[in-house]
Design a protein around this ligand. Sequence first.
Ligand code: SAM
Length: 369
Amino acid sequence: MTSSTTSFNPLPDSATARGGSQRLRDSFGRAITDLRISVTDRCNYRCVYCRTGNDGAVFSELPISDYLRMIRIFVSLGIEKVRLTGGEPLLRSGLVELVSELSQLRTAFDTNGEPLPYPAPGAPLDLALTTNGHLLEGLAGSLKQAGLNRVTVSMDAVDAETFTAITRVPRSFDKVLAGIRAATAAGLGPVKVNCVLLRGFNDSQIEQFAEFSRREGVIVRFIEWMPLEEESNAPGSRSWSPEAVVPMSEIVDRLNAWRPLVELPAHHASETARRFTFDDGLGEIGIVAPVSRPFCGHCSRVRLTSDGKIRTCLFSQTDHDLAGRMARGASDEELAGYIRSVIQRKEARHHIGEPGFEKPSRTMVHIGG
Ligand code: SAM
C-alpha cells in the first residue's frame, strides 16, 4: 500500500465535517447504511449472462488510497457495512491492505441513529466481499487476518461441465470449490454461495444446490436474473427476458417437493433474501427475488463504481462523479455534503418488467454486483 493510504487525517470530530449531524437518509426516509464498492471492473470470468466475451476494464480504477478516503467519508455519514466487489475484486492489487485499513474504521452513529464522536468509538464495520472464488484459495487466510468478516462466492453450477459453459473458462469449477472450502477453513463462514438461475441452462440444478448446501455447510442463495447484462453476440451469451427468469415461487415449489422447507425468520427488515432450511434443520437456502418480489422499499444501499462514481440504484440512468470532485481538490466536508445531496436523489424503486423500462446506463459488472 502506498504511504498516502496511511497518511489520512481523521475527519474532524464535528457535525460540520459530516455535512450535518443526521445519519444518511434518502428523501423517502430510508437510512443508507450499506456501501458496495467496485475496486475494478476487470473480471477473469466471462459469464454468459453478465459479460461479453471480453474480460478487460471498460472504466478506470482509482488508487486504493482514493477508495479509502471515500469510504471513510461514507462511514462518517452512517455507513455500517462495506462490501468489496467488482468486476472481480481479487484481481485488484492492494485489496488485502484495503481490508486491513477498513477494519480500523468504526461506525459513526449508535444503534438509535445518534451521532457518536468520530472517529471511534463506534463498532467495527461489517466487512464483506463478493467474488467468483477463482483466486480465493490463496487469499482467504490473509483476507481473514486483515479483518474481513464474510465472503459471498458466485457459483452458478455444481458440476464442472455446466460451470465451464457458464463462465467460459475451462477448469474453473475445482478452483472455486477449493476457494469456498479455504474460506470456510479460514473462519469466513458460513460462506454464502450465490447462484443466478437461467431457465433452460442451469435451472435443473436447484435440488443439487440444496444438497451442496447441506454437504458443504454453506448458505446457497438463488438470485433472480435481472436485466443487467452486456449486449453481446459472443457464442453462448444470453439476453435477459422475463421468461428466462426462474421466479422465487417456482424455486420454493421445487425445493419443497424435494424435501419439506421450513422458513427462517429475517435477520433484519432490510434483508433481501427469504431464508429457508429443511425439515431436519440441515442446510440453508436464501432466495433473492428482485424481479418477482422487489425489496426497494427497504433498500439501504448505495454503490461506488471503480472509477469513483456514486450510483444510488442498480438501475440508475445516471451516476454522480465523486472522484471528479476529489480530483478537483474538494475537502472532506464538501464531499460529505455532495454525498448527502446525491442520496436525496435516490430512486424510489426499479421498474423491471413495467412498460417503458429502460436498462441502466451501465451493466452489472461495470457497476459492482
Ligand atoms: N466477480 C464477482 C463475483 O463473481 O461475485 C463480483 C461481481 S459479480 C457482477 C457479482 C454478482 O452479480 C455475481 O453473483 C453475479 O452472478 C451477479 N450478477 C451478474 N449479472 C447479474 C444479473 N443480470 N442479474 C442478477 N445477478 C447478476
